[in-house]
Design a protein around this ligand. Structure first.
Ligand code: NI
Length: 169
């Protein structure tokens, strides 16, 4: 396994729409394993293939406290949504930036597992937030797209400032 480089906003490649996975092969298993290693290594709760510059519909997530409930969804599709919730989200492509986003409380998702078997998962609460956030990445969307222009520009200025400090400027 190996850690992959994570694209950071405003990298235009984060706006790419991912294509469906067609081959459930060893390469896909390697990608999923590397994505888990990258996500856990960065202390993240979710990661979309888009963020590691692979434009295929693959996401990984683990919202468990013990970091021992890995979930990989390939070609995910939302079948049903219900309710709403506001949750403070972060993103590995926006280090240090957090913002409240409103999303569905519950989602029912159809996907494939790494073996290509069809699975249907019904989730709610934080895991439902995570899956919706990662599915957005696969469609070229990021969480700050939901914010007001004012709030968004404030956060992006903060991101820019942090980045300058990080390089010692
Ligand atoms: Ni994200």
């Amino acid at each position: 396994m190996s850690k992959l480089a994570i694209l950071e906003f405003p990298d235009p490649r984060l706006r790419t729409r991912a294509a469906p996975v067609e081959h459930f092969d060893a390469e896909l298993k390697q990608l999923v394993a590397d994505m888990f290693e990258t996500m856990y290594g960065a202390d993240g709760v979710g990661l979309a293939a888009t963020q590691v510059n692979v434009h295929r519909q693959v996401l990984v997530a683990d919202m468990s406290e013990g970091r021992n409930e890995p979930l990989a969804l390939i070609n995910p599709e939302i079948l049903e949504k219900d309710g709403s919730q506001v949750y403070q989200e972060g993103c590995l492509s926006f280090p240090g930036i957090y913002a409240d986003v409103t999303r569905a409380l519950k989602v029912k998702v159809k996907a494939r597992d790494v073996e290509g078997r069809e699975i249907v998962v019904e989730v709610e609460g934080p895991l439902a937030v995570c899956i919706q956030h990662e599915m957005d990445h696969l469609a070229g969307k990021v969480f700050v797209d939901y914010l007001s222009p004012l709030k968004r520009s404030m956060l992006l200025k903060r991101l820019e400032k942090q980045r300058k400090q990080a390089v010692g400027g």
